[in-house]
Design a protein around this ligand. Structure first.
Ligand SMILES: *Cc1c(COP(=O)(O)O)cnc(C)c1O
Length: 478
């Protein structure tokens, strides 16, 4: 497919301007240089963008079970609410009296998300999940500092953690201690006890996601958070994937002090694709005075903004990505209390259905009931037929479905991590199950072809290392 610049032909244009009715002005010479803008007819432009859209796989095209990323269908009504003029045509420095509805919406979103997470206060400043982790860890740091307890510089992170966890910890200058998982996928509690006994007062806190990235709810969670609290550390919950537990279990009740949410996974904003996200953090009351940014407070019928005296600063301008927060609020209010818990129940049900149906063909990394996602290991297939998880994932593209997450979590070899989400129906999952099994059969009967797939996509196998190391981000005009 050609770029729009390559399709351009000179003096080909689609706008017919009205006759000029203002005096002509000479542009500065610099501005007179050839801008090299593409010149096309309206029809060509329309076809170009339609073709681009057709080459992208999204939830609107088909199955997209990207584990740990919750690529689910997001109701259009939430987009509509976020596009109301009263929300979009405003300025952050506008007189507060004129944006009472906006402040009320932020306040409501705060209340609902606190209720869902078991926290006391949220800030909507962080722009995404990893940014939330960074901001939440700064909160933990501010707390220890306020108590003159600054020698704590270590963060415990299980080896099943999302890669952003250790990365965020080192961004705030903490050292990371990794603790192993046991064979059931939970934190190895004896190993954790040993670390806590050894490091004690050096421990700033623990970062954990529950259910973890292998799709297992850690049954020892209360013991884990207590171990950390007993030595004066705080507990951070990576709530990127609340899809499995919202309405059923709350990080606040599990003993966590700080949590971030990915509104752009669970709460009606698509994840990926480059649009704005939102990674609000919530905390228990004893931490709220350190929160970054402004908080909405209500006095009688009036909503105001305050900056806490001990706030550690700002992590983003103004109030974060407000329209994303609004979509989350609309989503929560349309589903209601029952709908929220039903959504996660169905997410868990769907994952278990697929896991069960596939377990006669694929090796599951962990036995038993999973939460919103499950991990398969293709190590055996690789060993016996030299067909890797990558080969299987690439083959799926030929069937018009998006591959699951590959090679993550790192502790499972040849991993494929499947998260169907609650928005897929049984028929769609049955179709995907059939395709997965067909690919497995091909892998055994004709392993060579598997290295060639996909055969029918616009581009075949790309050099992913080169794309990551030397990305071409701008078109170089001649
Ligand atoms: C997606 C995800 C993150 C990071 O979120 P971003 O918005 O991509 O920065 C962190 N933790 C877990 C478990 C995730 O799945």
């Amino acid at each position: 497919m050609n770029l729009i610049f390559e399709q351009s032909t000179q003096n080909h244009q689609c706008s017919i301007l009205p006759p000029c009715d203002v005096p002509k002005v000479e542009l500065p010479t610099k501005r007179q240089e050839n801008l090299n803008l593409p010149e096309l007819s309206e029809n060509e432009i329309s076809r170009h963008y339609t073709q681009l859209a057709e080459n992208v796989h999204g939830v609107n095209n088909g199955f997209y079970p990207l584990g740990s990323c919750t690529m689910k269908y997001n109701p259009k009504i939430d987009e509509e609410v976020a596009s109301f003029k009263g929300f979009t045509n405003i300025h952050p420095l506008q007189d507060r009296k004129t944006v009472q509805g906006v402040l009320e919406a932020i306040s409501l979103a705060n209340d609902y998300l606190c209720e869902i997470t078991g926290m006391d206060k949220m800030t909507f400043q962080p722009a995404a999940g990893a940014h939330g982790e960074f901001s939440g860890l700064l909160l933990i740091k501010a707390y220890h500092k306020s108590r003159n307890d600054e020698k704590r510089h270590k963060i415990i992170v299980p080896d099943s953690a999302h890669g952003t966890n250790p990365a965020s910890a080192s961004m705030v200058n903490y050292d990371v201690i990794s603790v192993p998982s046991s064979s059931d996928g939970c934190v190895d509690i004896e190993a954790l006890k040993a670390v806590v006994a050894k490091e004690g007062e050096n421990i700033a806190g623990l970062m954990l996601t529950n259910p973890n990235t292998v799709g297992i709810f850690d049954k020892n969670i209360l013991e884990i958070t207590k171990l950390i609290h007993d030595v004066g550390g705080l507990c951070y919950y990576d709530g990127a994937n609340l899809n499995a537990v919202m309405g059923w279990a709350r990080p606040g009740d599990m003993g966590f002090d700080v949590v971030h949410l990915n509104l752009h996974k669970t709460f009606a904003t698509p994840h990926g694709g480059g649009g704005p996200g939102s990674g609000p953090i919530g905390c228990k009351a004893f931490l709220q005075e350190f929160l970054p940014g402004y908080q909405v407070v209500q006095k009688d019928d009036y909503f105001d903004l305050v900056r806490y005296e001990k706030s550690y600063g700002m992590v983003k301008e103004f109030y974060g990505h407000f329209l994303v927060v609004l979509k989350a609020l609309a989503y929560i209010m349309t589903l209601g209390k029952e709908g929220i818990s039903e959504a996660s129940a169905n997410a868990v049900l769907n994952a278990n259905y697929m896991k069960q149906e596939l377990s006669d063909t694929f090796n599951m990394a962990y036995d038993g009931i999973c939460m919103h996602e499950f991990v398969m290991s293709l190590e055996q297939l690789k060993h016996d037929y030299n067909v890797s998880a990558l080969d299987v994932a690439k083959a799926m593209l030929d069937y018009g479905i998006h591959p699951p997450t590959m090679y993550f979590p790192l502790i499972v070899h040849e991993a494929l991590m499947v998260e169907p989400t609650e928005t897929e129906g049984k028929a769609q999952m049955d179709e995907a199950i059939k395709i997965y099994k067909e690919i497995y059969k091909t892998a055994i009967e004709n392993p060579d072809i598997m290295h060639e797939m996909p055969l029918n996509t616009v581009v075949r196998r790309l050099d992913e290392v080169l794309a990551a190391r030397k990305p071409i981000l701008r078109y170089q005009a001649e």
